[in-house]
Design a protein around this ligand. Structure first.
Ligand code: MG
Length: 366
């Protein structure tokens, strides 16, 4: 791994909340990654919805496989740009830990339930998971990750919440950027979900080839595939197209970001934080990527089948929330013990940590 001066460096980390002795065999970012992989929140990603509810089929992405894809894309971009691959991997694997069951529908519903109690933000929740909710160590709560990992995990945050977070919230108040590794994971997240949603959307029957091909980027890649292979079926063609789209997007991010780095010449991670956003697509690819994103929103996320799932998810979350507010004892004691949070926050943390199937089962018993 050849690191450029603007890369995050575990030797110069801003450190952990609780001091620990260094490892002889792993750098601090590798240790963070290993802590995430061994966490229970990470295992539960396997049974959480990305777009399709987990029980709808074994072939669709879950939050776990999505996170692994984001990690793969992030690592490649990091390596090309001379950024720290271990940090990018860590942030990617942790970036969705705070998601509720049932994808965005679940998060909207929980946010609604928490409206008068401080709201619910999934990015902030991811930070709560690693800072506090994972209880694996005798001497502290949370995973005690480095500042750089935590900075990357907290992708968005409202200014009001940022004010309560100390140093980690500062950049939202000062309108600064996180590390390049964190910026890489954000864009890798977008590349991963746009492409795997095309793939899952097609396989589920929600998207058809004719509609997909009208998208500029998809159409361009499909034409290239047609020129090479004359007698393949649509499903083979989709795979060839998605492969090409991912390749084009990654190459574009690398070349545009390299141009931005050459122009602004950040000499350190601190320079990165006060520079404009540096990891980006070129203008033309960004437009094509937006077009695909909008198409997916309309054709897939707002599809009646997905919308119905959204409605059901909302009802399940509301039902659970009302129940646990009324019956605090229904929450396992080991979850709420020694907590100083108000009861509503304990309920939100408990529900957010559920998998799709756990939530469905718990709600059906009520
Ligand atoms: Mg994601």
């Amino acid at each position: 791994m050849i690191l450029k001066p603007y890369a995050a460096d575990p030797i110069k980390t801003l450190g952990r909340q609780y001091e620990e002795s260094k490892s002889n065999s792993r750098n601090d970012f590798q240790r963070d990654r290993d802590r995430i992989i061994h966490s229970s929140a990470f295992r539960r990603l396997e049974y959480k919805t990305q777009v399709f509810v987990n029980h709808e089929g074994d072939m669709f992405r879950t939050r776990l496989t999505h996170s692994i894809e984001v990690s793969q894309i992030s690592r490649g971009i990091s390596r090309t740009l001379g950024c720290h691959e271990d940090l990018a991997e860590t942030i990617a694997l942790a970036h969705d830990l705070g998601h509720t069951p049932f994808g965005h529908a679940g998060q909207d519903s929980l946010n609604n339930c928490m409206k008068v109690h401080g709201g619910f933000e999934h990015n902030l929740q991811s930070l709560r998971v690693v800072d506090y909710l994972e209880r694996r160590y005798a001497s502290f709560d949370g995973l005690n990750l480095t500042f750089e990992s935590r900075e990357g995990i907290l992708k968005h945050c409202s200014v009001n919440n940022a004010k309560t977070l100390g140093l980690i919230g500062d950049r939202f108040i000062k309108k600064q950027q996180p590390s390049l590794e964190a910026q890489i994971v954000n864009i890798a997240d977008e590349i991963a979900y746009n492409n795997h949603d095309v793939d899952d959307g097609y396989r589920s029957g929600l998207l058809d080839f004719k509609a997909l091909i009208k998208n500029t980027l998809f159409g361009r890649c499909a034409k290239e595939v047609d020129d090479i292979y004359s007698d393949i079926n649509d499903s083979q063609k989709i795979n060839e197209v998605v492969r090409r789209m991912i390749h084009i997007l990654i190459e574009d991010v690398c070349s545009q970001s390299q141009k931005n780095l050459d122009f602004y010449q950040p000499k350190s991670i601190d320079d990165v934080r006060i520079s404009p956003h540096l990891i980006d697509f070129s203008a033309s690819i960004k437009q094509e990527q937006q077009e695909l994103k909008q198409f997916l929103r309309h054709a897939m996320y707002e599809h009646p089948h997905v919308a119905k799932m959204t409605q059901n998810a909302g009802k399940t979350i509301e039902k659970l929330f009302a129940h646990y507010i009324k019956e605090p004892k229904a929450i396992p004691e080991n979850f709420s013990i020694n907590r100083t949070d108000n009861h509503q926050r304990v309920v939100a943390d408990y529900i957010a940590g559920m998998t799709d199937r756990f939530a469905i089962k718990a709600a059906s018993k009520l």
